[in-house]
Design a protein around this ligand. Structure first.
Ligand code: P6P
Length: 338
């Protein structure tokens, strides 16, 4: 999709800020810094294959370090980019077991940053799209000292900002403050994110269903019934399409643009499924709902789940509203008939 108008990410953020006189400009500064981190990670991701080749000669990278696993690189890059702006009281990463405090003598801010630095990184060797996912909350703990675990364990509806960066055929940053979802494509020629997907609205229903059918035998009966229903019917006179990248950011980005449904269910082996509530499901649900879609755990709205632990998982049914409502109906009817 061509750039809708020559609007850079910084310009778009500042224009958005003007529409909210109460805005302090702090969220704008955070988003700009995240955009910078995304550019740096994108550079590294796009030469990953090359680095691997170099890696066989036993060479080290420019700074003399051993070639780092890409997701650790992205994790460290994000912390380095975000820990000195004075915006955050605490951070948490999918790559880190516990909460991450700001370095001593750094100014402590009123926001909380949660991120999955490089989701789907097991796919990088096959050159499959991967991504960074982030959530921003306001602190809830008292005082102005270091933030706490309580600050990181807020229900998803309390997010101030959610976004992702998909490193694919191009690098696209998508974010929402809850009012409209906007996508920016990185122009590598001059290193700017240009507005390419203004005010994304997910279609009310779609032709694509996306889930790992290898887990069929462990699925809840209602999900089996739903998928069989799709396969026995048509969408606009054409068969439904199964599409599954195996990288959540890529699968959700496609679902957001084309419509349909992405599912990672709980099943007989893992009641809570595989995807993490705080680092993957909450930000993606905030974005999809802001685009007019729906996201539940099969029953309950994802954004209303009260987190108990940083790395807890949740089943997720997310995408076009009518499609998520229909799978919920199949799940409910199967439960009622058991
Ligand atoms: P499976 C990638 O490893 C990831 O965390 C998500 O990005 C993706 O949606 C999911 O796992 C894929 O899991 O079990 O289908 O390989």
């Amino acid at each position: 999709m061509a750039a809708t108008r020559f609007m850079t990410l910084p310009r778009h953020i500042l224009e958005g800020e003007k529409q909210h006189p109460e805005a302090t400009g702090e969220l704008s500064a955070i988003l700009l810094q995240l955009g910078l981190a995304a550019k740096i990670i994108s550079l590294e991701v796009n030469k990953a294959g090359l680095v691997d080749i170099l890696g066989f000669t036993g060479e080290n990278n420019k700074s003399g370090d051993q070639v780092k696993k890409l997701d650790i690189y992205a994790h460290e890059m994000l912390i380095k980019a975000m820990d000195h702006g004075g915006h955050f009281c605490v951070m948490a990463s999918e790559e880190e077991e516990d909460i991450i405090h700001l370095p001593p003598n750094k100014k402590i801010g009123k926001y909380v940053l949660l991120f999955d630095p490089l989701d789907g990184s097991s796919n990088i060797d096959a050159n499959i799209s991967i991504g960074t996912i982030f959530s921003i909350y306001k602190r809830v703990s008292e005082g102005t000292g270091p933030g706490t675990r309580e600050d990181c364990l807020q229900p998803g509806y309390k997010q101030e900002v959610a976004g992702y960066v998909v490193y694919g055929s191009s690098t696209i940053l998508v974010y929402t403050t809850g009012h409209g979802v906007h996508g920016f494509t990185l122009d590598p020629a001059f290193g700017e994110f240009l507005l390419s997907h203004e005010n994304i609205q997910i279609p009310k229903t779609g032709r694509i269903y996306s889930l790992n059918e290898g887990n069929y035998f462990s699925w809840p009966q209602g999900l089996k019934n739903y998928i069989k229903h799709l396969q026995a019917n048509q969408f606009d006179g054409k068969p439904y399409q199964a599409r599954y990248v195996g990288s959540m950011v890529a699968d959700i980005h496609r679902t957001l643009l084309y419509g349909g449904i992405f599912i990672y269910p709980g099943d007989k082996r893992n009641r809570k499924g595989k995807l993490r509530l705080m680092y993957e499901c909450n930000p993606m649900s905030f974005i999809v709902e802001a685009a007019g879609g729906r996201a539940t755990d099969g029953k309950k709205r994802i954004l209303e789940v009260q987190p108990e632990s940083l790395h807890e998982r949740t089943p997720i049914y997310i995408g076009s509203e009518e499609d998520v409502l229909l799978v919920e109906k199949f799940l409910r009817e199967a439960d009622e008939s058991e």
